[in-house]
Design a protein around this ligand. Structure first.
Ligand code: BG6
Length: 458
């Protein structure tokens, strides 16, 4: 492990900042949706807006040398006319200066799902104009923060927010519509290329990538039917983001298939040329688990998501494509996430072979219910989870992959989308009842030791 390897944690603005209507921040799509549905929200969350200094200091004291976080578009841009909120600029400038003070390398995401509500009101990701607005917002960020950031990413997990927001309907804007899903997916990937164009043409220093929710695909057997199902699953789970962002092309077989049933005339040749031209410098992979599939046999499409934390509620079946199955020999979390570290090793090897770009593991972690009232939280399950996944990264590096960093999700407890604050991922506990007080868990100290010993602990 070389000395420049990045070890740290990742957060997202909506999930940690709180201060949802402070200092002239505009409303985000998530503020609006959760208020309207009367669901647990991130109005206060971890109160990182006021406690960022303590959080970044704890990262540094915990041996970490990097922090991945996102900028909130509605905190920075007040309205669709593009008016800049200088108080938002000031807030992120303070975060970046604090990172510098504590020798923490910032790794910054431009979009982690908190679309300004003023854009959602005029169609959000279905409105093609949002692509240019995203690129303009990106330019504001490059201009104000460019000298303090050398690792940028455009989007966090296009697949996740597009599929959940437009096909499953469990995230805002809550559609269940395949045509809209395709349109939103296309606009996001086009916006990605426009932001990269701004970055390249502006000659900003550093590198720019994208972050993907990576679920490497395995099949239940070696049959031809399973192999076909695997290809469908890979296109659905991974390729439409990674091929498009890294190689500049949507998967041809996916487009050919969809064009038989849907109008895809929104994919304009001149825009596809731009997507081909402006590709990423590196890839961030968020790894929680893999997708194990068998071939489709029967039934309508079912995409059920577990937000209750009661095992057995999730289901993925796409008619004519594939069905996701469970491997009973592996443990799952209460939210049905299979614990499968080998998938990270295999996935890194596969991604490096296919894209030949530097890779970062931009999220990895385990979400559980925890009693944080005890003096010392002994989260040995998290230590074991991280140990096995970091070991998988070491194996991938030994096999020749260029992996440059590891970010645990999350450095401290956050609000989890639609699951609330009871699903905890942090190395540091946040007391959501008592004033957001911080308390390091055993995993925080383990991670520190692991970094200090350069992985010898694994
Ligand atoms: C990733 C997201 O998909 O997974 C995070 O980038 C998210 O924002 C994390 O919180 C864990 O998912 P969840 O639903 O358990 O919070």
């Amino acid at each position: 492990m070389d000395n420049h390897f990045l070890w740290g944690g990742a957060t997202a603005s909506y999930q940690c900042e709180g201060a949802w209507n402070v200092d002239e921040k505009a409303e985000s799509m998530w503020d609006h949706y959760l208020h309207q549905e009367n669901l647990e929200n991130g109005d206060v969350a971890s109160d990182h807006y006021h406690r960022y200094e303590e959080d970044i200091r704890m990262m540094s004291e915990g041996g970490q040398n990097t922090y991945r976080f996102s900028l909130s578009w509605p905190r920075i841009i007040k309205n669709k006319e593009g008016e800049i909120n200088l108080k938002g600029i000031e807030f992120y400038t303070k975060i970046l200066d604090t990172c510098k003070k504590f020798n923490i390398e910032p790794f910054v995401t431009l979009y982690h799902w908190d679309l300004p509500q003023y854009w959602e009101e005029i169609g959000g990701w279905l409105n093609h104009d949002v692509c240019v607005a995203f690129a303009q917002y990106a330019k504001v960020c490059f201009e104000y923060f460019g000298d303090k950031i050398s690792l940028w990413t455009t989007f966090n997990e296009p697949k996740w927010f597009v599929v959940n927001g437009y096909k499953i309907g469990n995230y805002p804007p809550g559609y269940q519509d395949t045509a809209k899903t395709m349109q939103a997916a296309y606009n996001v990937m086009y916006a990605n290329s426009l932001a990269i164009e701004v970055f390249r043409e502006g000659n900003y220093s550093g590198e720019i990538g994208i972050v993907h929710s990576y679920t490497p695909v395995n099949g239940v057997d070696d049959s031809i039917e399973t192999k076909i199902a695997m290809r469908y699953a890979d296109n659905y789970c991974n390729n439409w983001i990674l091929d498009t962002a890294a190689l500049g092309e949507f998967p041809i077989d996916l487009i050919a298939y969809l064009s038989k049933s849907y109008d895809i005339s929104f994919m304009k040749p001149e825009e596809l040329r731009k997507i081909k031209q402006y590709t990423v410098d590196f890839i961030g992979l968020n790894y929680y688990s893999r997708t194990l599939v068998k071939s489709y046999t029967e039934g309508e499409t079912q995409l059920q998501f577990n937000h209750s934390g009661k095992k057995g509620e999730s289901k993925v079946l796409i008619k004519n494509w594939f069905e996701q199955v469970k491997d009973p020999s592996n443990e799952t979390t209460e939210w049905d996430t299979e614990i499968y570290p080998k998938g990270l090793q295999d996935g890194l090897v596969e991604a490096y072979k296919r894209y030949k770009l530097p890779l970062y593991v931009t999220e990895n972690g385990i979400g559980v219910r925890e009693d944080v009232s005890v003096d010392q939280i002994n989260d040995e399950y998290r230590i074991s989870f991280m140990n096995d996944h970091i070991n998988a990264i070491f194996n991938a590096i030994d096999l020749g992959c260029d992996v440059r960093g590891y970010y645990v999700w999350s450095p401290f407890d956050l609000y989890s989308w639609k699951n609330g604050v009871e699903k905890r991922y942090g190395l540091v506990a946040v007391d959501f009842v008592d004033n957001q007080v911080r308390k390091p868990k055993a995993s925080y100290y383990w991670f520190k030791k692991m970094i200090e010993t350069n992985g010898a602990l694994i």
